[in-house]
Write a protein that binds this ligand. Structure first.
Ligand SMILES: NC(=O)c1ccc[n+]([C@@H]2O[C@H](COP(=O)([O-])OP(=O)(O)OC[C@H]3O[C@@H](n4cnc5c(N)ncnc54)[C@H](O)[C@@H]3O)[C@@H](O)[C@H]2O)c1
Length: 433
């Protein structure tokens, strides 16, 4: 294996995982971030995001001298004998005006490093970007001696290290095939199936994958609604269809709508890409509409459970993160439901094992408890919004003594209704009778 000097720009979920994992594979990695506090913390081996195995990998990389953290892309790119041969861009590409991806961070890093890159260097875009970004990056770089490669990332928050080190596949695309092969070689030790393609196709793979997952979830949420109307049980239905290998068991659980740092912005971005290409992606639009409807439907269920009006009703929320295993609140469906409840005057108190402090943007509307028991006092209803496994084994008998009404709206179908029934709770799930 060739050991490469690698720069990783952006040290968030994707950049930090990429940097630490590539260092663990033997490469010399320098990770950059704009956030000086984060760089100082990481240099001391302190990892603030919840990712199993990541603190250990960071500590190992620092101790071995294979991993360093610096402020700013220019410092990571280095020069002379310390010049990076490969530069990964792992900066945010949030939803911008009208739903399109905002590429300001990508452009800003390119402008910062373009004159500093060593001849023969490869710039790799790992951020999720619209088709055509690699080509536009090459124009912005204006360096005939620097190739641009698209290498989308598929890791999931909460299992980022495992996903990076045992990926289902690696996708590398470039119009300069030798540069694509150099990037693919960085991962050779992983032994994963590798798709080598052109840049536009690699960029499209990422959007097509995320939007497919979003559609799958919207589909199952729509099926769940129909199950409720027809007297079927969505758990049996999804088990029955999931055994079909063409469908698969994953991403088949109904919930309060999908969210997180990727699916919402990526579906909106692909929709905008389609509009620009004069294509009406009706299927994707319907998936987004179904998702909004699902959040509203959860609020309808909660309102019905408390007798028709949420004004002044104390509602205890179990879970705030967009899924279990992460503290990430970006576009969390739990918060979307909470915001709708607050708009109707509900008195909200929430608990999440990974979210100990106030939720930005909801400090006035949502009190955060440090113990799940505390959300029960006087609650007109309890609502499970994130599928943390520990909610199954709460002391439901104790909670039953504290609530005003013994009713749980389980938007994740997480709890065992029989267990709760024994202590007097009624459980209303999604897609079930
Ligand atoms: N989070 C995921 O699960 C995931 C999975 C696959 C792909 N992605 C994609 O990867 C990209 C990064 O996502 P993320 O979740 O890691 O974001 P993040 O917000 O966790 O991290 C981005 C980091 O980049 C830093 N940054 C911003 N501008 C910078 C600059 N000019 N120079 C140096 N650092 C800069 C920020 O301070 C931040 O620490 C996005 O395009 C996202 O869509 C994310």
């Amino acid at each position: 294996m060739f050991v490469r000097r690698i720069a990783v720009v952006g040290s968030g979920y994707v950049g930090l995982t990429t940097g630490a994992c590539l260092a663990s594979l033997g490469h010399q990695v320098v990770c950059a971030d704009l956030d000086e506090g984060k760089v100082a913390q990481l240099s001391r081996g302190e990892v603030s995001i919840l990712e199993p195995g990541l603190p250990e990998l960071v500590a190992e990389g620092l101790a071995a001298g294979r991993l360093r953290f610096v402020v700013g892309a220019a410092a990571a790119v280095g020069q002379g004998l310390d010049a990076a041969e490969v530069v990964f861009l792992c900066v945010p590409t949030p939803m911008g005006a009208g739903g399109a991806a905002d590429l300001a961070a990508v452009r800003s890093v390119v402008a910062e490093v373009r004159e500093l890159l060593a001849p023969g260097c490869v710039v790799v875009n790992k951020s999720t970007v619209p088709v055509g970004t690699a080509a536009r990056t090459a124009v912005l770089l204006d360096r005939a001696d620097v190739a641009v490669v698209s290498n989308p990332e598929f890791l999931r928050e909460g299992s980022a290290v495992a996903d990076f080190l045992t990926p289902d596949r690696i996708v590398v695309g470039s119009d300069a095939q030798d540069a694509a092969e150099r990037v693919a070689a960085l991962y050779s030790r992983l032994g994963a199936p590798t798709v080598l393609t052109d840049a536009a196709s690699a960029e499209m793979v990422k959007y097509a994958a995320n939007c497919f997952l979003a559609m799958k979830l919207s589909y199952v949420n729509a099926v769940a609604e129909l199950c409720e109307r027809l007297g079927a049980d969505v758990l049996a239905v999804t088990e029955g269809i999931g055994y079909d290998r063409r469908i698969g068991q994953e991403f088949l659980s109904p919930g309060p709508g999908w969210g997180g740092s990727c699916l919402p912005k990526d579906t909106h971005a692909l929709l905008q890409v389609a509009v620009a290409a004069d294509f009406d992606f009706a299927l994707l639009r319907a998936s987004l509409d179904t998702n909004t409807r699902q959040q509203v439907r959860m609020v309808d269920k909660i309102r019905a459970a408390v007798g028709g009006s949420l004004a002044g009703a104390r509602i205890g929320l179990l879970g705030l993160a967009f899924k279990a295993g992460t503290a990430d609140l970006r576009d969390s469906p739990a918060l979307a439901v909470a915001a709708l409840l607050a708009a109707e005057g509900a008195d909200l108190i929430g608990y999440d094992p990974a979210v100990p402090t106030a939720v930005p943007g909801m400090t006035d509307d949502l009190t955060i408890a440090d113990d799940p028991i505390k959300i029960a006092s006087g609650a007109a209803a309890l609502v499970v919004l994130t599928e943390w496994p520990e909610f199954r084994t709460l002391d439901w008998g104790h909670l039953a003594e504290l609530v005003q009404n013994r009713i749980v709206i389980d938007t994740r179908n997480l709890l065992d209704p029989d267990v709760l029934r024994r202590v007097g709770f009624e459980v209303r799930g999604v897609g079930r009778q």
